[in-house]
Design a protein around this ligand. Structure first.
Ligand code: NAD
Length: 352
């Protein structure tokens, strides 16, 4: 018999095409009448559609969201929020814009409506990673969790193919680590395997036709399923490494996840054979780590840390940082083992 504890995080989720039309009702449902609209410059068009949908509910806008949620940006947005007397946050964008919304909600307890435009999954987690003085700190609280998520597949059509691939692998990484997490339960298992199957099938379809709406819808649904697992169970080595490489070495989030995932899986495979067997079956490949590597390579995704600009002499320091504080992982972590993993990832070697 399997014993487990499952925690669900309360959130309202709308999923479809054209759901942006429901935004104003969703804001009113939360008691909002003065919205601060959050976005970033590359999403100006998406932000204009949200502004149109919200009409007179928009009290102010802030379009300065950036990667890894620097506290300086949050403080600048907080000034705009207070001057406008905002009572609800609406954000449109990827994990970076969602992160800004969460950082503001943590400081003000305002309700949030999030319109995700990538597959990062942050919109359904109560977790926030903030960067201060080049150091990324993660915290979790109920105030951080967005109240409402409006998934509108139309907002993902503009996501460039390379970013769609890396973001899809980012979602797959949440699912993979949730499957071998010590906290996994039957609900998270089912969600992770559905997410992995959806991503494994949708990415090649998207590479063939980046405007394939059904493939985009499958990826967005997988992002939600994988994000819900990220919210529920503890992550392991893969997320720790990506957190270190992003927070301390400035590497880009989704690309780093894409390079590291096959190597973190290969490292953990001897200690998580059942999870690897189930992932391989979900992807219809003989071996999970090399199957994920081959999928990424076939899609033209990044396969080496060298290609992301990671300096080779820093690999030892990255390994030290990643093992500095103990955390649960299927296989014991050793600095030597992690250095080997990072060397393989730096060169872009295919796991065997
Ligand atoms: P991102 O939000 O930084 O977006 C990447 C780039 O793509 C940006 O330039 C953005 O403007 C652009 N973009 C996004 N959607 C687009 C679209 N539909 N069309 C055109 N351009 C678009 O990247 P991300 O990978 O979504 O998020 C990364 C951040 O999210 C990191 O800071 C990471 O730590 C955080 N994150 C947090 C959690 C959590 O649970 N706390 C989970 C996942 C990611």
């Amino acid at each position: 018999m399997r014993t487990f504890v499952h925690t669900s995080h309360p959130a309202r989720v709308l999923f479809g095409s054209g759901t942006v039309g429901d935004l104003a009702d969703e804001v009113r449902r939360l008691g909002g009448s003065r919205v601060l609209l959050l976005s970033s410059p590359p999403l100006a068009e998406a932000s204009a559609r949200v502004r149109d949908a919200l009409g007179a509910l928009v009290a102010a806008e802030f379009d300065g969201a950036t990667m890894h949620t620097p506290t300086g940006v949050t403080e600048a947005a907080l000034v705009v929020l207070k001057e406008a007397g905002a009572d609800c946050l609406v954000s449109v964008g990827g994990g970076s814009t969602t992160g800004l919304s969460k950082a503001l909600a943590l400081r003000t307890d305002l309700p949030q409506v999030v319109v995700p435009t990538t597959y990062a999954g942050s919109e359904v987690t109560p977790v926030l990673g903030e960067t201060r003085d080049g150091h990324k700190v993660t915290r979790s609280s109920a105030a951080i969790l967005p109240e409402t998520v409006v998934y509108d597949v139309d907002f993902t059509l503009s996501l460039p193919l390379p970013m769609s691939i890396t973001s899809g692998v980012n979602a797959m990484a949440h699912a993979v680590e949730a499957l071998y997490s010590a906290d996994a339960d039957p609900v998270t298992d089912r969600r992770t395997l559905d997410a992995i199957t959806l991503i494994g099938r949708a990415l090649p379809r998207l590479a063939a036709d980046p405007a394939d709406r059904e493939a985009r819808a499958d990826l967005l649904q997988a992002a939600w399923l994988a994000g819900a697992c990220l919210a529920t169970v503890g992550m392991g080595l893969h997320h720790k490494l990506c957190h270190t490489l992003g927070g301390s070495f400035g590497l880009p989030h989704a690309e780093t996840h894409t390079v590291i995932l096959p190597h973190a899986m290969a490292y953990n495979a001897p200690a998580a054979p059942d999870a690897m067997r189930r992932i391989a079956r979900a992807l219809d490949v003989p071996d999970a780590p090399s199957g994920v590597y081959d999928l990424i390579a076939a899609l033209g995704g990044p396969t080496s840390l060298r290609g992301l600009g990671m300096p080779e002499p820093e690999l030892g320091r990255a390994a030290e940082l990643a093992v500095a504080t103990p955390y649960p992982n299927p296989r014991e972590l050793t600095a030597q083992g992690i250095e080997g993993l990072l060397a393989d990832a730096w060169h872009g070697r295919r796991p065997r």
